[in-house]
Every structure is written in C-alpha cells, then in structure tokens.
Design a protein around this ligand. Structure first.
Ligand code: SF4
Length: 375
C-alpha cells in the first residue's frame, strides 16, 4: 500500500483563531514568538535564570532548533543542547529534580514519561509539532488495528498516546539501525508519522514498510530545483540534509542524517562551505563549532514553494528567555502525562534507549530485537 492509498485528511495548520486554531496553527505560533529582549534585559534574564536553576535544583535541556540564547545558557549551566534522543537520555539520567525543556511538547512529554517523579517545565506548552498534530491517537490506533501483522515503529515526534500504541520508538539518529535490525528479525513495519523519513529508511534498508501520511512543515518546504541552483553558485559546497526533507532534496545530499549527524558531517567532511537543509536554528551550533567554515541555508523559497516555514519551526521559535525565567520562578507550564499511559508509552522509548546504548558501546544491539511474532 502506498501513501496515496491512505485516505487520511491533511492537517490544517493555518486555521483562523475563531475556528479553533489557537496556538496550534503556525500563524498563531508566529504571533506568539517572543520579541528579542534589549541587551540589558537579555543579560538580566540570563542572570535570573542562572540563579533560579541553582535555587531550584533544575537543569536546562534545549533542542538545536531553539533560540541561540537558550542553547548557550543550557550548555553554560551544565545542561544539554542536543537532538531529541540525547535530550531524552540526559533528562532521564540527570540528578536534577526539575528539567526545563526548551523545544516542543513531545520532548517535554518524553522527559516526563521517562522521569514521572521529576518536574518538567516548558517555556510554552502550546509549542507543538506538525508531525504530532498530524497523527491523532484515535485515527492512528485504528490504522494499527487494520494491520495487526506489522510491528509499529513511531518517530519521537508523537504524543504519549501514540507512543503507547507503538512497539518501538525511533529518532532520526537511530531509525536506520533499528529498522534494519527489525527487518533482519523478519518484521514488517507500520511506520508513523513522517512519510519522508519513512521513505528514506525504506530505501536504505529495503524493509517492508507501510506509512502514515505525516510531514514536518519545515523540512517539507526544501526545494530541489532551488537547491541545485544554489549548488551551482557554490560549487565547492557540500550539502547536508535532514531526512525529513523530500526525496528529491535528499538525493542531492553529500551527507544525510539527524541533527547530530549533520554536526558530525560538518566537522569531518573535506570542505569549508556547506549548504544545510534543516531548521536554521541549527546554524548557531554549526557556526560556533566550525568557526572557519561557511554555512548557507538550503532554499525554501522559489517558484515551487509555499513558504509556510522559511526553514524555521514556528513552534520551536515560541521558546524564549522570559518564559524560561517565569516557569522556573512560578512552576507554571509543568508537563503532565496521563499516569495510566506512562508504563505503556515508556516501553518503546526504553527499547530505543537500550538499543542505542548497546550500539554505542559496541554490543550486539540486534539481539535486543525479538524475532517475528514476539514484538
Ligand atoms: S521542525 Fe518539524 S519536526 Fe521539528 S518540531 Fe518543528 S514541525 Fe516538528
């Protein structure tokens, strides 16, 4: 079955507020992006956050796509800036009793599922993700029920209820290895929600995969034709692409991978100039870690673009310094996950963390994948 066979309703991200769009729509998310504080206010907010983190026994966990201030402050205060896989692991293992997760809702929920005894705060709880919005638990569960012979593999960018329906969780940094191991163990896969990442994994592994029809509104906007034009203007540049991008963009890449893999490629590839197809929040880290190199944003605009995203996630952009200070001070925006869901939602996350830990330490991770019928 192909994506086209699935009669799935597209998600409407541009609903007017009076139609119930609220902070979920991209338009309303953009409207809630905090204004840049003036230099003195910015310095004062950072000082206040440093003090509050100490006083509240709290640690910051920030994604690569959030504002550079939230990335720098996390690192400077002993927290973490990373992809969603390492954010989950760090939050689980850190001794702090309060985690301040700057990112989008599913990241806060994952932290809470892994550490229900901890307080998980988010600068703005309405910061969501098109992949999460596009995969409602009821419809997804019905889809799974129609295909009981398939092992359910879901991307981290999903709600707790969708995770609770899954056998395995993956992020873009471990999806290839986990799907390859499942294929080797004889599994047929039901994949959700990102169709581009799913297509890339299928092409790389040859696994039998059935797709949910979701997409990331940021990566979905990268354009192959305009990327080719940019490559012609920068013939020495290497192209780094996140696999949530369309297949024709991925086909032009010198390196394809997660945010962590993109950082590694920028460090290791023999080039001084790069074109980067992922959220432009990533450029802060790329430029900081590679001061002698030049990074260009891959194009989203052009004749074939709708430019809903302009290479930056509106929900990631909702995270700001003032809200970090406010939630630390007041305890507002604590993430809650239905306690009844937690044990089941935790299973696929634990499997992923065990698998990736085994991979990292050189253990036979494939042994953690049950043979067909036992998943
Ligand atoms: S960049 Fe895409 S995948 Fe990431 S949170 Fe935003 S919409 Fe979701």
């Amino acid at each position: 079955m192909t994506i086209a066979d699935l009669a799935l309703k597209p998600v409407e991200y541009e609903q007017p507020a009076d139609a119930g769009g609220g902070a979920c729509s991209t338009r309303h998310a953009w409207a809630r992006v905090p204004a840049e504080p003036a230099p003195a206010e910015r310095a004062a907010l950072k000082d206040r956050i440093r003090t509050l983190l100490r006083e509240k026994n709290a640690v910051m966990v920030s994604h690569y796509y959030v504002h550079p201030d939230l990335q720098d402050l996390a690192e400077e205060t002993g927290g973490l800036v990373s992809d969603s896989l390492e954010m989950a692991r760090f939050g689980r293992d850190h001794a702090a009793q309060t985690l301040v997760v700057s990112g989008v809702r599913f990241m806060g929920e994952t932290a809470k599922i892994l550490s229900p005894e901890k307080t998980v705060l988010m600068p703005d709880p309405d910061a969501t993700c098109s992949l999460d919005l596009g995969c409602p638990a009821d419809a997804f569960s019905a889809f799974c029920d129609q295909h009981p012979d398939r092992t359910v593999v879901v991307y981290a960018n999903t709600s707790a209820a969708v995770k609770a329906r899954a056998d395995w969780l993956v992020t873009s940094s471990c999806a290839l290895e986990i799907v390859a191991a499942l294929k080797a163990a004889g599994h047929k896969i039901l994949w959700a929600p990102d169709r581009h990442l799913g297509g890339y994994i299928q092409q790389q592994t040859g696994a039998d995969m059935l797709f949910w029809n979701g997409a990331c509104i940021v990566h979905d906007e990268f354009k192959a034709q305009e990327l080719l034009d940019l490559k012609r203007r920068h013939p020495g540049a290497k192209v780094l692409v996140h696999p949530e991008s369309p297949a024709d963009v991925v086909a032009l890449a010198d390196a394809v991978g997660s945010t962590s893999a993109i950082l590694k490629a920028a460090r290791e590839l023999d080039a001084s100039e790069f074109i980067v197809a992922t959220d432009n929040g990533m450029l802060h880290k790329l430029r900081t870690l590679n001061p002698g190199k030049t990074f260009h944003e891959a194009p989203t605009a052009g004749n074939s673009a709708t430019c809903k995203s302009c290479a930056h996630c509106p929900w990631m952009a909702m995270n700001g310094l003032a809200d970090v200070a406010r939630v630390l001070e007041t305890g507002a925006n604590a993430v809650e996950v239905d306690p009844a869901l937690i044990p089941r939602a935790r299973q696929p996350i634990d499997r992923m963390l065990a698998f990736t830990a085994a991979l990292k330490s050189g253990q036979p991770a494939g042994a953690l994948v049950p043979h067909l019928g036992a998943a």
